[in-house]
Design a protein around this ligand. Structure first.
Ligand SMILES: [Zn+2]
Length: 448
């Protein structure tokens, strides 16, 4: 077994945890050396000089993979940088994140994508890149997708907006199919959304805020599912937020359409009733919805209709988030709270298995981003999302599902503070995180 690129040299023992292996959860210790799990057993000999990490009372599995992170670099480094964003990611248990392309300049050229990948190379969490579908994300002219794919870009999206023109979407899907990459959509028909900044319903009426109906999302979900079937492209639907979207994906999967979907933790845990104080921290796009949507999303995530949890981590400076509700930009932090929220809603709240928790947080997102060892890896990305076994890359998270903590936003590693969970009592927290065998987080503290 070969050590992965950038592997940590020294031995590490992870002791006393419930480890997710091919057989399920087992009380095992493990030894990691040169970035690889080299021994797994009920008790193991500790190599000389090994760092020993206590995992008692905790779960040990593949570190998480985020399909949807806004690192803000280049262009909006006041809100987040690759350095601060990846530190936040590691603290949240992530071994890899996919950086979204709505940067300034847009990640629509090889030069910008190359720069992001290069700056992420030595981060405490691996950085993969999504490329823009169209030049400047303007929805008209296709970006040089083949050049970006040659850099290892596996996901293409104009996230922030959806591709409004169905003809452009169809052509982009044709290219994606040819290149063997995935077309990822932020589903929002802007004509139907009509400038609405919250969900159109009882709360928008009560608060006097312009709403957008669920149909604004669902119309584009339906269009893209039809186009995916027409073109044969792989389609990934970003941050689904409505019951109707879940149902459309369920039907399309039953017909054999090559579609995957993600949901954000805030859509699994918050409703539009949170808007009653006009706090812009609850403004997000797609917007928070009434409870029946939240229930449908949890059902869809539990039954496999929705494949993955993705944070849509969207840092903003306080200056922007302190604007009045209708003027503040949409977006919430997510990396440092996603595991807690997902565990609480899906496992504790919904009775999903711990295996399912790791599937939606690690295995499925690694597959969708092709960070599971199947994709091109010109930047040396290691293999993610695997259950623990001797010979696997030691990209591991130790997650304590019992610990109770209060989120203090000024304690976050992220540069920004726009979390909707500020001051909330949360259950479950990442204790340790290993990247290619290196303990980048120990006892919930960053070592970098
Ligand atoms: Zn989006």
């Amino acid at each position: 077994m070969n050590a992965p690129f950038g592997a940590f040299e020294h031995p590490v023992v992870v002791a006393g945890g419930q480890v997710l292996t091919e057989r399920g959860l087992e009380r095992l210790d493990l030894v990691v050396h040169q970035g690889i799990v080299v021994e797994l057993g009920a008790s193991v000999d500790h190599p000389a000089g090994a760092t020993v990490l206590d995992a008692s009372g905790a779960l040990v599995g593949p570190s998480f993979v985020d399909l949807h992170t806004h690192l803000r670099e280049p262009g909006r480094e006041q809100a987040e940088t690759i350095e601060t964003g990846t530190r936040a990611a590691a603290l949240g248990g992530y071994g890899a994140v996919v950086a979204m392309p709505n940067t300034e300049p847009t990640m629509d050229t090889a030069a910008v994508v190359h720069m992001v990948l290069e700056r992420g190379r030595n981060a405490p969490c691996e950085v993969a890149a999504a490329g823009a579908i169209t030049v400047g994300r303007l929805g008209a002219q296709l970006a040089p997708m083949a050049e970006l794919a040659a850099l290892g870009v596996e996901l293409f999206t104009d996230d922030g907006t959806g591709v409004q023109d169905g003809g452009v979407a169809r052509r982009a899907m044709d290219y994606c199919r040819g290149l063997g990459v995935t077309y990822a959509e932020h589903c929002e028909d802007l004509a139907i959304a009509h400038g609405g900044c919250v969900h159109e319903g009882a709360w928008s009426a009560l608060l006097g805020l312009p709403g957008q109906p669920a149909a604004a999302e669902e119309a584009m979900v339906a269009r893209d599912l039809l186009l995916a079937a027409t073109t044969g492209a792989r389609l990934h639907l970003l941050h689904l937020s409505t019951a109707g979207s879940v149902e459309l994906v369920r039907q399309a999967k039953a017909r054999g359409v090559a579609v995957t979907a993600e949901v954000a933790p805030h859509h699994l845990s918050l409703t539009d009733a949170s808007l009653k104080g006009y706090d812009p921290c609850f403004k997000v796009n797609p917007p928070l919805r009434p409870a029946e949507h939240l229930e449908a999303l949890l059902d869809g995530l539990n039954d496999g209709t929705i494949d993955a949890v993705a944070t849509d981590h969207a840092p903003h400076t306080p200056e922007l988030k302190d604007l009045p509700f209708d003027q503040a930009p949409p977006g919430m932090l997510g990396l440092e709270t996603a595991a807690s929220i997902t565990y609480e809603q899906l496992v504790a709240g919904r009775g999903a298995t711990i295996e399912r928790f790791f599937e939606v947080m690690a295995t499925q997102p690694a597959k969708i981003a092709r960070l599971d060892g199947t994709g091109a890896r010109p930047f040396g990305h290691s293999v993610h999302g695997q259950r623990v076994a001797v010979g696997t890359t030691a990209n591991l998270v130790v997650f304590d599902p019992e610990v109770r903590w209060t989120l203090e936003v000024d304690q976050l590693a992220s540069k920004a503070t726009n979390s909707p969970f500020s001051g909330a009592r949360l259950v479950g927290k990442v204790r340790h995180c290993l990247l290619r065998g290196e303990p980048v987080v120990t006892d919930a503290r960053s070592t970098r």
